[in-house]
Write a protein that binds this ligand. Structure first.
Ligand SMILES: *[C@@H]1O[C@H](CO)[C@@H](O)[C@H](O)[C@H]1NC(C)=O
Ligand SMILES: *[C@@H]1O[C@H](CO)[C@@H](O)[C@H](O)[C@H]1NC(C)=O
Ligand SMILES: *[C@@H]1O[C@H](CO)[C@@H](O)[C@H](O)[C@H]1NC(C)=O
Length: 465
């Protein structure tokens, strides 16, 4: 890949439509003007940033545990199956630039997304834990309250393809998650109130809309009739730094299921190091990914458990540290016994339920016992790495069902939180409960979610090829 990367990936890409590029499999870069000055990164220390990650992970974990099982969620019927009429013809895949959101001090990964006709441009959180794709939006007389000053808002009145879903429709009544029953008149829009147990909410209306994508053959295409949320009021911190959410979860309405239905039954992403600056980007790809080599990739079953929907989960068979298989009860990984492990692009640190957390953290800390400790709230084990610079970090391996092993780089689990300070980077959650493989443990790997064949493939990558 040419070294030239996006200079202002996320903001102000008005110029983008004029650029005809995007060649096959990740080989194109664009330089676009910067319209908004970047936030004052230097004002925030890495430690503050990491603390922020831990805080939002914690809220998300509560959301996850509150969501699973107890969510006001109705598994959508396969409504509007044929609505995604891709103008795909000659191309088999499309890609969207993906970057770490660290420059906004959040632990999310952001994609660029073009919604409506003509297309309006947004930066969305790429979220495998969401089904609904939504953008902050001003609909009719409603303005987006608490959406944040200066943020981009979707303007439905400027899009000829925006089509609100009626509250009297069957889709509203039976297929759309978190839809409200209020229906002042049959033609009123179908409203939603996404509520998260951390108190974050997103309220708005459902619509069908078109999304513009860049195909691998270099042409633009529109995916039509996608279900999107026009969020007109927003509260809570979960999605503060972006314009909304791209739903990559497994659910009949998610962007991932609609897009993969037309493009190869699979999507993939490569997560750059989470501390990467905004000018370092990789891609979220729908359809086959030329950068994934079947001979090199590891694979395991991609579990799409209804009980954990819309999250994807994987079968974990154990964790080892320097070859020692840790004693963790198998029930911890068993969805049928209220355990299980999800793979989540929206959580930063990996969250382990108590018995697994204890085993992993004590195995790592035992081997790091020679390094001077320092106290860094909220972590349990942190080390003065100026003194410990020559100590080898023990090798952690996550064993997945089948022979697949996830062997993350050491920096993905003994993480840099400040100059000369490293911490064991796991969070604990109560047992029984679900563990979460977070995006830091996933970084510098290419992940392919083969929805059609229910396979998860992954391979080490710097993502900048
Ligand atoms: C699905 O396709 C059929 C035939 O092309 C059409 O009649 C029908 O309206 C479509 N349904 C939706 C929800 O788009
Ligand atoms: C990103 O920007 C930094 C400085 O702002 C520069 O040193 C670095 O080379 C850039 N990286 C790429 C891949 O363009
Ligand atoms: C780490 O140890 C060095 C001395 O070996 C000391 O100067 C430094 O202040 C320590 N750093 C922290 C964060 O405690």
């Amino acid at each position: 890949m040419p070294p030239l990367l996006l200079l202002s990936l996320l903001i102000g890409f008005d110029a983008l439509l004029a650029v005809p590029a995007i060649a096959k499999s990740h080989s194109t870069s664009l330089r676009v003007p910067l319209h908004r000055s970047p936030p004052p990164l230097a004002a925030v220390t890495r430690l503050d940033y990491v603390r922020e990650l831990v805080k939002s992970d914690h809220l998300r974990q509560r959301m996850i545990s509150g969501t699973i099982g107890g969510r006001r969620y109705r598994q959508p019927r396969r409504a509007c199956e044929n609505a995604t009429t891709a103008v795909a013809a000659a191309a088999e895949s499309f890609a969207m630039p993906l970057t770490s959101g660290a420059y906004t001090h959040t632990g999310q990964y952001f994609v660029r997304f073009r919604l409506g006709t003509p297309a309006q441009r947004f930066v969305l959180v790429a979220d495998t834990g969401s089904d609904l794709t939504w953008v902050k939006c001003g609909f009719g007389p409603r303005r987006c309250r608490l959406c944040g000053g200066g943020q981009r808002l979707f303007r439905p009145e400027k899009s000829v393809s925006f089509d609100p879903i009626r509250c009297s429709s069957n889709m509203c009544k039976t297929s759309l998650p978190f839809s409200l029953t209020t229906c002042p008149s049959p033609a009123s829009p179908c409203a939603y109130n996404y509520g998260y147990s951390d108190g974050s909410t997103a309220r708005g209306i459902f619509a069908t809309e078109s999304v513009t994508v860049m195909l691998s053959n270099g042409q633009k295409a529109k995916l039509k009739g996608l279900i999107v949320g026009c969020t007109s009021s927003f509260a809570g911190s979960s999605f503060r730094s972006s314009d909304g959410v791209l739903g990559l979860g497994h659910s009949g309405i998610s962007f991932a299921s609609r897009a993969t239905a037309s493009f190869g039954g699979r999507f993939s992403y490569c997560l750059v190091d989470h501390l990467s600056p905004r000018n370092v980007s990789s891609y979220l790809t729908f359809g086959p990914n030329g950068a994934l080599f079947p001979s090199m990739a590891r694979q395991t079953e991609l579990l799409m458990e209804p009980r954990l929907a819309p999250f994807y989960s994987v079968g974990v068979s154990g964790i080892s540290v320097d070859g020692e298989v840790l004693k963790i009860p198998m029930s911890v990984w068993d969805v049928g016994r209220r355990g299980g492990a999800i793979l989540d692009s929206g959580t930063s640190l990996t969250v382990l339920v108590e018995p697994a957390y204890e085993a992993v953290v004590s195995a790592l800390s035992r081997r790091l016992a020679g390094v001077p400790r320092v106290d860094v709230d909220p972590f349990e084990y942190c080390y003065n790495w100026t003194a410990g610079a020559r100590v080898r970090i023990p090798k952690l391996v996550v064993h997945l069902q089948g022979p697949a092993r996830l062997e993350p780089p050491a920096k993905s689990y003994v993480i840099d939180v400040a100059d000369g300070v490293k911490c064991v980077g796991f969070a604990s959650a109560p047992w029984p409960g679900v563990s979460t493989i977070g995006n830091i443990l996933q970084q510098e790997h290419l992940w392919e979610f083969d929805i059609k064949n229910r396979r998860l493939r992954f391979q080490r990558s710097t993502c900048t090829r």
